[in-house]
Design a protein around this ligand. Sequence first.
Ligand code: ARG
Length: 460
Amino acid sequence: MATLWHGRFEGGPSEALQALNDSLPFDRRMFREDVAGSRAHVRMLARVGLLSDADAEAVLAALDATEAELADGTFAFAEADEDVHTAVERRVTELAGDAGARLHTGRSRNDQVATDLRLWTKRELAELADLVTRFQATLAAVADRAGDAYLPGYTHLQQAQPVLLAHHLLAHGWALARDVDRLLDARTRTDVSPLGAGALAGSSLPLDPDATAADLGFAARFENSLDAVSDRDFVAEALFALALLGVHLSRIGEELILWSTDEFGFVGLDDAFSTGSSMLPQKKNPDIAELARGKAGRLVGHLTGLLTTLKGLPLAYDKDLQEDKEPLFDACDTVRLTLLALDGMVSTLVLHVDRMAEAADSPYAAATDLAEYLVAGGTPFRDAHAIVGALVRAALAGEGSLADLVASDERLGPDAAALLAPGVPVTRRTTPGGAGPEPVAVQKARFADRLDAQRSRIGA
Ligand code: ARG
């Protein structure tokens, strides 16, 4: 078997080495990036005079043919193809002969793999940012559909104050907006070409890394060849952005699980986005939401795994770095599937707004409004808090309904008691960014603007 290094070796690789060493099973999904990197490299070699125009043409044609075979599944992998770079170069050499043997001039798999992975990550981060934006648009659409529906807002998972359902949904939307920022920020730092760094130190040949960077659409080339081939901080950043996004999705998942219980009954799940039980005929289960919650663990694991791999690695390339791809690929696949499923689940939710209102209409949920009524009349807030607290205690002790106790209290009276009427408290959350209809209308417009800004940033 002919390895890339057969010149220096007498014997071939052991089976065990090959099985451990080969990254082809997972890195072949970067074949388009690998071919693109090779095209740019070949064009640069021709421009600087290291490759004749005829040879460059032959290699470019072989690259086209190789890419086509890989794309349509007719590519025949050889035993010695340990990774995608080896496979592509081997095939190009078969097709282009001597010219193909010049493809690797001034290049190492070390700068090649970093280039491929940066190209792959750049595209993937933008696609995921786009998917998040679509999910945010779904949240906004459900928020519109929710109109003035309101539900209990919770702290400590205890009912606190009523909030508009739209407000609650958009709370998740804004968290996702920051996730999009993080994905795109990570993309910015990924957007640097390592090609031309060679194995670690650059080259004695007149390579032009600026030209290959521009050809590949990178914003810049590396500044330091050792750094270029050895750092995977762009992978770690992507994994962090994905892990935190996963954590946000897990919180949405958890609420959908709670809201779809018989006990809450706030939402119904569409058949297409829920599952049944093999034994219990009555069951309808929120598996998507549970997986959104569960997948976060795996995403956090990928981040901690890679950071642990990177810790303490000496410069420059070490084979440990081959461990960068599987967590990244899996994290991207996991987030993509979760976003698509959750999007479908949320967009088809049946909103039981009567049930939400019923849960939110407890007169006790308006206790803060009573205290604020007293404050508006000049009572210090601490005193108002104590007055209302005492009335709540009396009502709970069975001395009368809170509304009656408030109406007959000389400090409060019938006007204050009217604040306890169903649906009133939420309308009184009027401050900027607050949970009532007035600020939420403003928030919806700002959220729509925010989505537009994201779309143009992703497109750029
Ligand atoms: N398959 C390798 C990786 O993923 C490519 C780089 C190999 N470089 C080397 N010097 N062995 O990292």
